[in-house]
Design a protein around this ligand. Sequence first.
Ligand SMILES: [Mg+2]
Length: 389
Amino acid sequence: MTFDAAPLEAAPPRVLGNLRIRSLEAFALEVPLGRTVANPVLAFSSSVALLIRALDDDGVEGWGEVWCNFPRFGVRHRARLVSEVFAPMLSGRSFASPAEAWEAMTSASRILRLQSGEPGPIAAAIAGIDIALCDLAAKRAEQPLWRWLGGARGRVRVYASLGRADPALPTLERWLARGFTAFKLRSSGALADHVAVVRPARTLVGDACELMLDVNSSWDPELAIATVGELREHALAWLEEPIPADEPAEIWRRLARAAPMPLAGGENLITAATFDAVLAEGSLAVLQPDITKWGGISGGMPLARRIVASGRRFCPHMFTGAPGVLASAHLLAAADAPDGMLEFGVGPNPARDAMLDRVPDGGTLELGEAPGLGLEVDLRRLAPYLVQP
Ligand SMILES: [Mg+2]
């Protein structure tokens, strides 16, 4: 796989040297929410994040993040995959680029992925390490990550993604007042329960705003096909994961034909081959890969370009801490997706908020000119939340 970064000749001299990795460290965070939140997958009462710090021989550091939201205790397991499998594999080695390191990790863990039956956690660990290495490489090149990836603009549109436990209307009012123009709702239960959430929301935000609904894979496929048309009047910008991602292609095709709105998905898909099959199959009009689950920047950037080239809408899924949010924003900016939007969870996410130094305003996230992700991680501030893997 080639790495779609800016041409080397356009970069300052410092990027031309090899990427020499001195160390990789994993930091597991767990912050109590003070309440229990339930969704169709499970109930949880804490906010977790797994941060990765990469250091090179010159002491330049890069930060990445590994997806670990479900189950919450998975944060510990993935931290150990990083510190006990990949840190020894990469430490002391040199690579021409983060993409080369990504390929090396992917190739070297092939048998482990098969033997352990854990392709997901291993892919997520590799993704988080890759993000850290890309942050580091862009810092060495003294460029913001979006420009290092070949992008022309350092700003992205974001949408407010409501948590399941958030009261919909007051939350919408708050983010509408901040200038947001796109909102994603969640609800559970029968179609009537979803309509009860969507109808007053549409009345509140008006027809000029985009409104989306995420069902988190919770509908019965035949019932979804029979009833999805009843949502037509609410003019949803997309309906997200009405059924599980691994339902047969024929079921997805029937649902897409019956749906009066675009269908969205991708957060529960991993590997380039799977995404390419979904792109070729055609039922999803909105693609939402999560680069902290699979791909990182090195796998995610070429995929983003394929999504945009296919004419689909590229809207990265994101429900992690600050490195994941910023990495996705830089990637989206570099992908130059005409109608792309980044998910920004507005429900409680103390692990993210403890390290994110900016909240998007006016419905956009400005990435600025700071090198790499533009993120300073203060471990002293995070110390109360660090947990032992
Ligand atoms: Mg979703």
